[in-house]
Design a binder for this molecule. Structure first.
Ligand SMILES: [Zn+2]
Ligand SMILES: [Zn+2]
Length: 221
């Protein structure tokens, strides 16, 4: 008998025909009442970054726009308490099995981006050593989505310079790995979108390297 990854309650078997005949094991998943605690982003959201609430362009996106940065972000869920608890158990307590929790949702959403290379936002080598995995790669693996690691990240010291643009330049922590063939279209994937700064930094590096079209995507916004 399978158990929910989050609350350990028993799950009904949901073997598909191919799983039954090919004896493929069913992927770990969560029960429907745990899933209901996550809030999917509905139609009422900022058209640029998926922030829930108003269908107008949100204040974050307006700031980015004033500074000359474009936002084209897609997301699955709002960052509510259930999502906070999930990421705390997955990332900070290192429960690697939880990479499967959003497999189905992420796979469904990513269908819209055929033709884009999925590129996970990297973690710094220090974080990787400490955590043992990159949480974004884990989620993509759990969803069965192909991706390519073309970026690397170093830790930066927080600096408080005058404006957001200067901060972005001084805080650039991403670089492109050596000898990468860059496609024309990339979708950058992160776990949580808060101010959008991380994804904007990663996007800038790729734009400077000549990538024509870059979208961004996160599990939570
Ligand atoms: Zn459950
Ligand atoms: Zn927005």
């Amino acid at each position: 008998m399978k158990h929910c990854l989050l609350c350990s309650s028993q799950l009904k078997e949901m073997l598909t025909f191919s799983q039954f005949f090919l004896l493929k094991p069913e992927k770990p998943r969560i029960c429907s009442s745990c899933f209901e605690n996550f809030e999917q982003i509905t139609d009422q959201h900022c058209p640029r970054c998926c922030r829930k609430g108003s269908a107008e362009i949100c204040s974050d996106c307006q700031s980015w726009s004033r500074e000359g940065y474009q936002v084209q972000h897609f997301s699955c869920f709002t960052y509510n308490q259930a999502m906070k608890d999930y990421f705390s158990q997955y990332k900070f307590q290192g429960d690697y099995l939880l990479r499967f929790v959003f497999g189905e949702t992420v796979r469904e959403k990513m269908r819209a981006f055929k033709g884009y290379l999925a590129v996970p936002v990297p973690v710094s080598p220090e974080k990787f050593l400490h955590r043992g995995f990159n949480q974004v790669e884990g989620i993509l693996d759990g969803a069965g989505i192909a991706y390519k690691n073309i970026l690397e990240k170093r830790d930066t010291v927080a600096q408080s310079s005058k404006n957001r643009e200067e901060r972005l330049q001084t805080q650039q922590c991403f670089s492109i790995k050596e000898d990468q063939h860059l496609p024309e279209k990339i979708i950058l994937i992160d776990d949580i979108y808060t101010t959008g700064k991380t994804l904007q930094l990663a996007k800038q590096i790729l734009l400077e390297a000549g990538v024509k079209e870059i979208l961004t995507f996160s599990i939570a916004r």
